[in-house]
Design a binder for this molecule. Structure first.
Ligand SMILES: Cc1ncc(COP(=O)(O)O)c(C=O)c1O
Length: 348
């Protein structure tokens, strides 16, 4: 009875069908080197598991600050950026005021708002998946106090016009730039703007897309005042001891390794998109992320047949303006080749 309002709740759904090749969750397809794993194993063995981790996450923040080139006072952490999104939706402005975001986009903005019944202003992207000025103006006119822009956007893969995002922030709207995929993009980040006080801009990042989805670490970068408040309202031990220790190793000793892997993904994206463009019945969208979107004639059939061939992708056709669209993560070179081969067999 008490939970009745969640009976028809639209929860976050992910692909779980077991498949040999997984190109459905935008993870980095490469695992950590043996050298890093061995180092991690040694450090993990020494963790005092009976103790809580440091609730201020001082050392963790210092490592993250160095990694992102900011001061540790500009950083706070979440159990994945999902948790940071949830904290922001619960705490920024009057929770009776709407939260705005373009659609299609990352579903957690909607999910977190729905959990607390916060009103939403969803506005459509244009046919090229860019921000539409008129739709944006209409959304702003409904007096939201919080806005989310995933740039590069998931599931479309493109980045948004920086000026339109800044314009939103200038309308006295707390504006969150979700840069989960920025490491794969050559476009400018909002990091610099996020550090400035009183310009209503904060950035969220995640380690999930650069090789550490399993440890769940999200990062919020903002001016010191904002960070100190978010630090007060997050739960005190939201990041586990192992996550702290693994991050410290991977972002220091493993930094070069991660950067190399990101570069391979970027090269693979170029190679794969060029190959896909030669398939007549497939429309390929450009991407700044570690995944791309394609449009086929019958996405339900293609998605199902790919699963039969052991390849898991993400069917996006339930979303607005995404009819017959399939989202595909960049995998290892051999996985990408297997996908292209299978797709050709399925669409021809
Ligand atoms: C745009 C965007 N933001 C945030 C996330 C969630 O990241 P995390 O794994 O850090 O919760 C995702 C995951 O797919 C995403 O696409």
């Amino acid at each position: 009875m008490f939970l009745d309002r969640f009976k028809s709740f639209k929860e976050y759904k992910t692909e779980t069908t077991p498949c040999k090749i997984k190109l459905s969750s935008n993870e980095l397809p490469f695992s950590l080197s043996k050298q890093l794993r061995d180092k991690i194993a040694k450090v993990i063995a020494k963790i005092p598991f009976e103790r809580y981790p440091d609730p201020t996450y001082k050392e963790l923040k210092e490592v993250l600050a160095h990694f992102y080139g900011v001061s540790s006072e500009n950083i706070t952490v979440g159990n994945g950026s999902d948790e940071l999104i949830d904290i922001l939706i619960k705490s920024v402005g009057d929770i009776k005021s709407p939260v705005m975001y373009p659609i299609p986009t990352f579903p957690m903005y909607q999910v977190s708002a729905d959990i607390i019944n916060r009103p939403k202003v969803e506005f459509l992207l244009d046919e090229n998946f860019q921000l539409d000025k008129q739709n944006l103006e209409e959304a702003i006119s409904q007096k939201p106090q919080l806005a989310f822009f995933a740039s590069p956007n998931n599931p479309t893969g493109n980045s948004f016009d920086k000026e339109l995002i800044k314009y939103t922030a200038s309308k006295n709207i707390f504006t969150v730039i979700d840069e989960a995929y920025i490491n794969f993009s050559d476009k400018e980040s909002f990091l610099k703007e996020a550090l400035e006080p009183d310009n209503n801009i904060v950035v969220i990042r995640t380690l999930s897309k650069i090789g550490l989805a399993g440890i769940r670490l999200g990062v919020l970068i903002a001016d010191k005042k904002t960070v100190s408040i978010i630090d007060k309202i997050r739960t005190p031990f939201n990041i586990t001891y192992p996550t702290v220790e693994i991050t410290k190793i991977v972002l220091t000793e493993g930094r070069k390794e991660i950067e190399e892997k990101i570069n391979i993904v970027k090269q693979e994206r170029k190679r794969v998109l060029n190959k896909l463009k030669t398939i007549n019945s497939v429309k390929v969208f450009s991407s700044d992320a570690n995944f791309y979107l394609i449009k086929v004639k019958d996405v339900n059939m293609v998605h199902k047949k790919l699963i039969e061939k052991g390849i898991l992708t993400r069917n996006m056709s339930h979303l607005p303006n995404m009819e017959n669209c399939l989202r595909v993560s960049i995998g290892k070179p051999e996985e990408n080749d297997a996908f292209i081969k299978a797709l050709k067999e399925v669409v021809w």
